[in-house]
Design a protein around this ligand. Structure first.
Ligand SMILES: Nc1ncnc2c1ncn2[C@@H]1O[C@H](COP(=O)(O)OP(=O)(O)OP(=O)(O)O)[C@@H](O)[C@H]1O
Ligand SMILES: [Mg+2]
Length: 193
């Protein structure tokens, strides 16, 4: 069986992003690792809010940018929501994130990591979710970030509401998960390729 599978989806608005997150949340097993990538305001937290809601979490899922790690235990599976934006890669090992997917110190659930590119050691088996706006995908990331700093929330508010959502499975379990995702949602979401 192939160890990698990539699906490119197009969400034309927020509702469609939420529908994709909801569909995925209904399929994930305990022990799932989700690595979220995408520029500031691309929708990583928004995706996880819908995902968490579909897991049965009624608490508001906030951005973990400042808390670094938020744990939600009331849903079908525990959700460990992590944001590495404020950290340097060298600071990440001290968080001991592997405890969340080892299944010894914490009950196995879903570990979702925003700004996962800061991980010095990427778990070999995972689902990567890459969010981008079709326009911004063409922009240089650093230029985008400096604009975002200068214009703060107004800049985010002005962003278009469509998104490219790329799902990339690494490893047999995750390939199987995406196959299931495709089988159960073939007609609901537009595929880019
Ligand atoms: N189709 C869409 N999918 C996701 N978010 C959307 C969409 N359309 C509009 N938005 C808006 O874009 C914003 C995304 O912000 P969000 O905090 O989720 O981004 P983020 O990727 O987590 O940013 P950060 O890197 O700062 O953590 C929200 O205000 C959301 O309502
Ligand atoms: Mg976020």
């Amino acid at each position: 069986m192939t160890e990698t599978l990539k699906i490119d989806l197009y969400a034309k608005n927020l509702d469609e992003t939420q529908a994709i997150a909801t569909q995925l949340a209904q399929l994930v097993p305990a022990g799932t690792i989700i690595l979220l990538e995408g520029n500031l305001g691309s929708g990583k937290t928004t995706f996880m809010q819908a995902f968490g809601h579909a897991l049965g979490i009624s608490t508001t899922i906030a951005s973990p940018t400042f808390t670094l790690i938020d744990e939600y235990t009331e849903g079908r599976l525990p959700l460990y929501h992590i944001d590495l934006y404020r950290l340097e890669p060298s600071q990440v090992p001290s968080l001991h994130l592997e405890e969340y997917w080892r299944g010894e110190d914490f009950p196995l659930g879903v570990v979702a990591i925003e700004w996962a590119s800061k991980l010095p050691n990427i778990p070999p088996q995972h689902l990567k979710i890459n969010l981008s706006t079709p326009v911004r995908a063409l922009c240089d990331k650093d230029m985008y970030l400096s604009q975002a700093d200068a214009l703060d929330e107004d800049f985010i508010d002005d962003l278009p509401s469509d998104r490219l959502i790329q799902l990339i499975a690494q490893g047999e379990t995750y390939v199987e998960l995406l196959n299931q995702f495709q089988t159960t949602s073939q007609e609901a979401f537009a595929k880019v390729n």
